[in-house]
Every structure is written in structure tokens, then in C-alpha cells.
Design a protein around this ligand. Structure first.
Ligand SMILES: Nc1nc2c(c(=O)[nH]1)N[C@H]1C(S)=C(S)[C@@H](COP(=O)(O)O)O[C@H]1N2
Ligand SMILES: [Mo]
Length: 412
């Protein structure tokens, strides 16, 4: 059985939960399949195990991995988080999706610098040692590539790792960008910053000064240790709630300027071509989205009985306020329970106990964020935005459970 803390327990005052408990013997299907304890032998050899090791490894029995589908330019290809195997809200750093435009550079932190210049009173160069001495902040935030779920517009994919895996959530630690900007003294004509990475393509993005002064973190740590090379070692931007591309990795330069640079990543890429032929630009915020991670595409339910439907919801605009689940093709919806505490602009775990009777069903999740924004259906999203773009897909996902227990993307 899973170990649950008191906080993690569903709120028993919720009517849906009460109804469910009243229906009785909910765990019968699961517990019936467990061997009775009389069959467990205690006569195995009493040998010594392994000695302590300097850096941890997971059990050799655990096989969950990032998914990659590499092209002719593998250094530019993404890898995807195995969301189907995820628990709770944090993504293990070793399984966090990767997206690089020119491969992962190897950077010696003793040689790395961060330059802040442009329209500022006192341009400064920081060494890593200096950055590590400054006041720090830690925050839990998701990062989602705006190309995540991009194939759901036209050619939906079979598994949740492939539909939603360009998504991760970590505890990020670093220095507030606003602190460094106040140290250098930003001039009043400076309306944007350009953030630049130290990788081969020197990836750069223009970010409005208002956001730069708000809540951006210059992060050097992820989940309690130094950021991994794939995630931007030794320094990256974390831009809460904004599309992944703005979270510039291997950060080496910030320039205060009076207008956006119109670089590749904000003109040719990461713009959204609308049905009328005009493109939306600087669509930074990742709108509310949710997906059921179990059961999900290519799972196979062993038979009728108890299951916990679970998944993730998130919004670039703050807290997730509610998640509803439909098991009847979108006709009726019931409230899921949250893992608490919830964090703004972070993955939020939801759960709903469910008894599958063995019939064909279609499972959907729909979230609402604290601004009142409701995750749209796939049909409504396509109606509003057309099919010209691959970015910012946040429509509802539907998983069809067939009577043999196999699960498929209902839109595939
Ligand atoms: N310097 C640099 N920063 C970068 C990129 C890059 O190629 N180079 N890719 C961006 C994109 S498109 C995304 S979605 C995120 C992915 O972050 P991750 O690889 O840590 O998951 O990093 C962004 N930052
Ligand atoms: Mo991205």
C-alpha cells in the first residue's frame, strides 16, 4: 500500500468521497489479489548488503527512462519526462525532460561568468563564487516547453510521456534577478532584458523588464543539488509560468535594452500562426492544463476493480483551484482531490478513487486556475486557434479504456 500522510488524505467532508466510501469494499479487487502472509518465507540467507556509496543510484530493478526520438540533428532533439511513472509533484533531476538547440555544453564553474550590462549605471561581472555568496531563494515551479503536446493539434500521440513529457517540476534555488538588477542600477529607458546562454547557439530571449523585476530566479540548484548539465549547469533562468524557451540555460549574459531583439526564438520560432494568417508574438504565459497520468495511453488494466485515477495540473498564472474528472465521455464531471500543499505555478497532483466495472470508458481531466480560467476542450481550442501552430496546446486529453483494459489516446 502507498504510505499517505494525514495531509495527503482526501478531504472526507467532500460529498463525492463520502458517496464513494459508502459504496463499500472499495479495495476488494486490489486486496483480493494479494498473497496471504502465510506464504511469505523468512528463511532466506542472512548475508550482509552493500556498503554506503558516495553518490546514490536507484534500484537496478527500476527502468523508467526519458523518451527520445532523435532526428538527423540529435543535439537539437528533446527528451521527455516519464510522467506515467511519476509520483507526487517533483520530477527527479535525472528524469527531467531536456530541450537543447545545440547540445549540452561542458562548463567549468570556475571559468563561468555572468555579465549584466547595457542600459545600466554600473555594469557588473559575477563569478560563480560571488553569485553563491548572495542572498538566496528557493521555489517550486514547473517548466514546460511551449511545444509540449504540439502534435495533439493534428496527429495525437499514444502515451502521456509523448503527449505531455516536455514538462518537469523542481525546487529551484538561486538569486532573485531583481536583486542583481537593482545592484547594477537599471536606467529608466530600459524596457526589456536580453538573456543569453553560453551554448553553441548562444540561445537568447527578450523578456520585458516588468517580468525581470518581478519573480525571475537565476538558479544554480535543482532539487537540493547543483543543476545538472542538461538543465543549464552552472546557471539558468527560471521564469515562473512562462514558456520553457525563456528559461535560458548556461546563462552568461543579461543586457538591459530599450526594445526586444527579435531573435530567432521569438520570430521564426515560438510565435503562433493564427487562422487569419497573422502570428501572435511573445505569448509567454503557459495557460492552465491538466492530464491524467494513470491510467494513460498504453497502460493495460488487469481487470475490473479498484483503481486510483491520478494526474497533474498546472497553470502559469498561479494556483490550480480545481480539477474535475469525467468518466463518461465529458457528460458529467466530479471533483478530484489534491495533494497538499499546493504551490503556485507548480505541478499539482490530483487523485480520484475509481471502481472500473469492465466497460469501455473515456477518462478526461479539466482544470480551473485561480484566475477562473477553465482548460478548454480540444474542439474549442482548435476552433479558436486553428491548426497552423504547434505551440501552446492546452486542450483536454481523453484516454479511452477498452473493455479488455487497454488504454489509448481517444483522439489518436
Ligand atoms: N541556452 C539555452 N537555453 C535554453 C535552451 C537552449 O537550447 N539553450 N532551450 C530552451 C527550451 S526550448 C526549453 S523548453 C527549456 C528546457 O529546459 P530543460 O532542458 O531544463 O528541460 O530550456 C530553454 N533554455
Ligand atoms: Mo522549448
Amino acid at each position: 500500500m502507498k504510505d499517505r500522510t494525514a495531509k495527503d488524505q482526501p478531504d472526507s467532508s467532500k460529498p463525492s468521497r463520502r458517496r464513494f466510501l459508502k459504496s463499500g469494499a472499495v479495495l476488494a479487487g486490489v486486496l483480493g489479489a494479494c498473497a496471504d502472509s502465510g506464504n511469505v518465507s523468512d528463511s532466506g540467507p542472512r548475508t550482509l548488503g552493500d556498503i554506503p556509496s558516495p553518490y546514490g543510484q536507484r534500484s537496478t530493478y527500476e527502468k523508467s527512462v526519458r523518451y527520445t526520438h532523435l532526428s538527423d540533428t540529435p543535439e537539437a532533439g528533446p527528451s521527455r519526462t516519464p510522467l506515467q511513472d511519476s509520483y507526487g509533484i517533483l520530477t527527479p533531476s535525472s528524469l527531467h525532460f531536456e530541450r537543447h538547440h545545440s547540445g549540452v555544453p561542458t562548463i567549468d564553474p570556475s571559468q563561468h561568468h555572468l555579465l549584466i550590462h547595457g542600459m545600466v549605471d554600473r555594469p557588473l561581472v559575477f563569478t560563480m563564487e560571488e553569485i553563491l555568496r548572495l542572498p538566496s531563494v528557493s521555489r517550486i515551479h514547473f517548466i514546460e516547453c511551449s511545444g509540449n503536446s504540439g502534435r495533439e493539434w493534428t496527429t495525437p500521440e499514444p502515451t502521456v510521456q509523448r503527449t505531455h513529457g516536455m514538462l518537469g517540476c523542481s525546487e529551484w534555488t538561486g538569486v532573485s534577478l531583481s536583486l542583481l538588477l537593482s545592484e547594477v542600477g537599471v536606467q529608466s529607458e530600459a524596457k526589456w532584458i536580453i538573456a543569453e546562454g553560453a551554448d553553441g547557439c548562444k540561445l537568447h530571449r527578450s523578456i520585458p523588464m516588468e517580468k525581470a523585476m518581478d519573480n525571475i530566479v537565476i538558479a544554480y540548484a535543482q532539487n537540493g543539488e547543483a543543476i545538472r548539465p542538461e538543465q543549464g549547469y552552472p546557471l539558468r533562468l527560471v521564469v515562473p509560468g512562462w514558456e520553457g524557451n525563456t528559461h535560458v540555460k548556461w546563462l552568461r549574459r543579461i543586457k538591459a535594452v530599450d526594445q526586444p531583439y527579435m531573435g530567432r526564438e521569438e520570430t521564426s520560432k515560438y510565435t503562433d500562426l493564427m487562422p487569419d494568417g497573422k502570428a501572435r508574438q511573445f505569448t509567454f504565459v503557459m495557460e492552465a492544463k491538466s492530464v491524467i497520468t494513470f491510467p494513460s495511453g498504453r497502460d493495460k488494466l488487469p481487470g475490473p476493480g479498484f483503481y486510483e485515477i491520478t494526474g497533474l495540473a498546472w497553470s502559469g498564472r498561479g494556483l490550480i483551484k480545481s480539477v474535475e474528472i469525467s468518466i463518461d465521455g465529458g457528460q458529467s464531471w466530479q471533483e478530484a482531490q489534491f495533494q497538499e500543499p499546493r504551490h503556485p505555478v507548480a505541478l499539482t497532483r490530483f487523485r480520484l478513487p475509481w471502481r472500473w466495472e469492465g466497460q469501455e470508458v473515456t477518462l478526461r481531466s479539466r482544470c480551473i486556475d485561480e484566475t477562473g480560467y477553465v482548460q478548454p476542450s480540444r474542439e474549442a481550442l482548435i476552433e479558436a486557434r486553428g491548426l497552423n501552430t504547434r505551440y501552446h496546446y492546452n486542450g483536454i486529453t481523453a484516454w479511452r479504456v477498452s473493455s479488455d483494459g487497454s488504454v489509448q489516446n481517444a483522439y489518436a
